[in-house]
Design a protein around this ligand. Structure first.
Ligand code: SF4
Length: 481
């Protein structure tokens, strides 16, 4: 009896999850199976995660976006954490990582899994540090115990910092910003204190057995990712990547699904090189990148600096983008930061899907453009990536119902509206009139399921309601005007 998606795929079985993904991605189930069997795509779907709506991460499929949530020592309660999950899914996260380090971690994690329709990822090392009290007091038994507990709870994928080895540490000496990965700095501290090899690396086979039993997907952490442009693509980063390639193959040998994490901070001219190198070293395992930020000069705008790199990475073959909010490097993000970060990353992902000519990706653009040209303002708002923002920006200057059919907006004004002038010219017979019937059939296209607005691809019924706030629950349909 196959235990994991990759084992089933290798045996030629199309699982219900693969059927569902084929439907969502407008691909043949057999193609999904082949990609999973070859390790070129992963389906993070823990057997115990009943609320999950299966999705896939792989370069042949729509680019996915992850949002990080989780509590800290200073802010921590169940209701707030569920609200964060709700916000992330509402604004379009395809997966969510719970990076909590505060209190009630088990209760919050179990509630997240119970309610989340998207895969949930964790970093077990954080809980290990919390339980041990300090990095140097972590034991391998504790690491295995926490990983097994989280696997039983239903975590779909886990970041495991197994690639940073004791022999890599001297390679970081000349760096401008040292080791910036939280997990990487913890493992480095442990290895320096104990003078031993990375404990995750030492027990990797045992980790694989736990992952296989519950079908948890590896997200192999890039502990030595660069923290600034000056450190990008250095010896330390690429030495760790070689180890991640080795671990990828060990995971596959155990029948476990694997994706690989990547940087970080990378100048534009080296983004594609990073993706190509990972794909070669890791035999095409899906690449899951954080940004990368393409410049270090803009704290407060790092959702933009990183979304530029993310779009380039996705165009080059990265499969999932971990979002960055405007608060990156500065503080814990609030709801509005999550919204801005997810919008930036969904734009990056969609732009890359259009740029790689993903089947059906551009239908969404075409449908919105047609609504825009026809001055169908309501349709334009509904199709927008963030309908609430599009509507509110328009209504700031022209709030009246009568302006919802107006042949202009306040940007150019009625007299100078180029689209109105163009249409009048066409109607006057001065230009050839285009076929007004040739509207894009968005409902019938894959975009109806993948990245289709309103944001998110999931029913909200499985999610807990948000606490009352001004403007009501954004999952509610907007009231008719
Ligand atoms: S006024 Fe300008 S911005 Fe507004 S609809 Fe017309 S052309 Fe577009």
């Amino acid at each position: 009896m196959p235990q994991t998606q990759i084992q089933a795929a290798r045996e030629g079985t199309v699982t219900p999850e693969m059927e569902r993904i084929a439907e969502r991605e407008n691909r043949e189930p057999e193609f999904v199976r082949e990609q999973v069997a070859a390790g070129q795509a992963v389906i993070p779907a823990n057997k115990h995660h009943d609320a999950l709506d299966a999705m896939i991460i792989g370069r042949e499929f729509a680019t996915k976006v992850n949002a990080n949530i989780g509590n800290s020592e200073t802010t921590s309660d169940l209701e707030t954490e569920l609200e964060k999950l709700h916000t992330a899914v509402h604004y379009g996260a395809d997966t969510v990582m719970d990076l909590g380090t505060g209190s009630d971690l088990d209760e919050i994690r179990e509630a997240h899994i119970e309610h989340s329709p998207v895969p949930l990822g964790t970093v077990p090392l954080y809980e290990a540090v919390k339980q041990a009290g300090s990095p140097e007091d972590i034991t391998t038994d504790l690491l295995l115990e926490i990983v097994e507990k989280q696997a039983k709870q239903g975590v779909d994928y886990m970041t495991i910092h197994a690639g940073i080895l004791v022999e890599h540490l001297p390679l970081t000496d000349g760096r401008k910003t040292g080791i910036v990965s939280r997990g990487g700095s913890i493992m480095a501290k442990w290895m320096e204190e104990h003078g031993e090899q990375n404990p995750f690396y030492q027990v990797f086979d045992e980790l694989c057995d736990i992952f296989a039993e519950h079908d948890v997907t590896f997200s192999l952490g890039d502990s030595l990712r660069p923290g600034c442009l000056a450190d990008a693509c250095d010896e330390a980063q690429y030495a760790e990547l070689d180890t991640l390639g080795e671990l990828t193959r060990i995971g596959w040998d155990h029948g476990v699904q694997v994706m690989v994490e990547g940087p970080g901070h990378v100048p534009m001219h080296k983004v594609a090189e990073n993706v190509q190198r990972q794909q070669e070293v890791c035999d095409g395992a899906p690449f899951y990148v954080l940004g990368p930020l393409v410049t270090d000069i803009a704290p407060g705008y790092d959702h933009i600096t990183s979304a530029i790199g993310a779009a380039m990475a996705a165009q080059a073959g990265a499969a999932m983008l971990c979002y960055v909010t405007p608060k990156e490097h500065l503080g814990l993000p609030e709801e509005e930061d999550v919204r801005d970060g997810l919008a930036a990353y969904r734009i990056a992902a969609h732009a890359a899907d259009v740029g790689t000519e993903r089947p059906g990706a551009r239908d969404w653009d075409d449908a919105l453009s047609e609504a825009r040209y026809e001055f169908d303002w309501r349709e334009q708002f509904d199709l927008a990536l963030d309908p609430d923002r599009a509507r509110s920006f328009h209504d700031q200057t022209l709030p009246g119902d009568n302006y919802k059919e107006a042949r202009f907006c306040s940007m150019c004004g009625a007299e100078f509206c180029s689209m109105r002038i163009d249409q009048d010219a066409r109607e006057d017979g001065e230009m050839q009139v285009i076929d007004g019937e040739a509207r894009t059939d968005l409902e019938a296209s894959p975009a109806a399921e993948v990245n289709r607005p309103p944001v998110g691809t999931h029913e909200s019924g499985a999610l807990p309601p948000m606490a009352d706030h001004e403007g009501g629950d954004p999952l509610e349909e907007p009231a008719d005007e």
